[in-house]
Design a protein around this ligand. Structure first.
Ligand code: SIN
Ligand code: FE
Length: 310
């Protein structure tokens, strides 16, 4: 199966016909990557000075922007230059939003806007511990950002000015991966997740779902044999292209590339066309138990600890 589903369109605010929207929705939820070979995010002449890794402060690998607070983090730039960089990143956030709302209108009423990131640093050069090493196949799950079962939908644009592609690997279907790793993953310890939240180590309560997703993320990245030998595709996203994927569902790894913009969206499982395709539904089926507050009466332990972001 081709892991990419091609979608024609040259504008982020393009009007897509019903047949294309339907094809996109089904392919996306089935775990394919929607690929827009003719959709480029274009920098203005003035913005081209940001095509420089020195924009990043070197501590975080990404420059990140929070559309809800308007805060930009991870850059060394100040004053007018910083404002101009922030405007560019915010413009990408809006463009990505138009694309998702236009192509997947059934998500629009449910869509939560997460962070935007600008990645001006070459992937190969990023120093990382294995858990932070995104050149290892993984599904996305973040230790300090529990999401309680909401989907992670990401839009990426390769803005490389020298024609260099972004090279990814894509792995097996979510359920195949989950079946491979779940038997060795321990259930959460009683009280552990409550403590993490109470001590401020997680932004909100880490549901059992978050526990299993993080364990899956770590187990995949930590398994050298799996990384080398599991069925996988190498895919190059050329400069000047855009793609969209549920990164909580599709195992992916970034092998090479420089200058990328990324926008994260959250979609609740009930907003999906096919809720059974969600990692939450798959894990609950495989484990035979409910994993979030929405699906369980006994969680969270203390409702005051639930602080949903955004
Ligand atoms: C990732 O989402 O794991 C990395 C994607 C990228 O930087 O290309
Ligand atoms: Fe990732």
């Amino acid at each position: 199966m081709d892991p990419l589903e091609n979608i024609d369109g040259e504008r982020f605010d393009a009007a897509f016909g019903e047949a294309v929207r339907d094809r996109a929705l089904r392919a996306l939820e089935a775990g394919r990557v929607l690929f827009f070979p003719r959709l480029a995010f274009v920098f203005s002449a003035d913005e081209r000075r940001f095509l420089d890794p020195r924009c990043s402060d070197g501590r975080a690998k990404n420059i990140s922007y929070d559309p809800s607070s308007g805060r930009l983090k991870g850059t060394t730039l100040t004053g007018r230059e910083r404002e101009c960089l922030q405007d560019m990143v915010a413009r990408f956030a809006q463009s990505a939003r138009h694309l998702v709302e236009g192509l997947l209108p059934s998500y629009a009423p449910h869509l939560g806007m997460g962070r935007t990131s600008y990645r001006p640093v070459e992937v190969k050069e990023r120093p990382s511990s294995y858990r932070k090493d995104d050149s290892r196949l993984h599904v996305d799950a973040f230790p300090s950002r529990p999401n309680g079962g909401r989907r992670i939908l990401r839009v990426f644009s390769n803005v490389n000015p020298d024609g260099h592609g972004r090279i990814w690997r894509l792995g097996e279907p979510f359920e195949t991966c989950a079946r491979r790793f779940l038997p060795a993953i321990r259930p959460p310890l009683p009280g552990q997740r409550w403590l993490l939240s109470a001590c401020g180590l997680t932004h909100g309560y880490r549901s059992a779902y978050d526990h299993y997703m993080l364990a899956l993320h770590n187990a995949m990245k930590g398994d050298d044999y799996f990384q080398r030998h599991c069925p996988q595709y190498e895919v190059t996203f050329p400069a000047g292209t855009t793609w969209m994927v549920f990164t909580d569902q599709v195992p992916h790894a970034a092998m090479a590339g420089q200058y990328l913009l990324e926008q994260t969206f959250h979609v609740p499982v009930r907003g999906l066309n096919e809720p059974a395709s969600a990692p939450l539904s798959v894990l609950e089926r495989l484990l035979g138990r409910t994993l979030t507050a929405a699906t369980s009466k006994s969680e969270p332990l203390d409702p005051r600890l639930v602080r949903v972001e955004e």
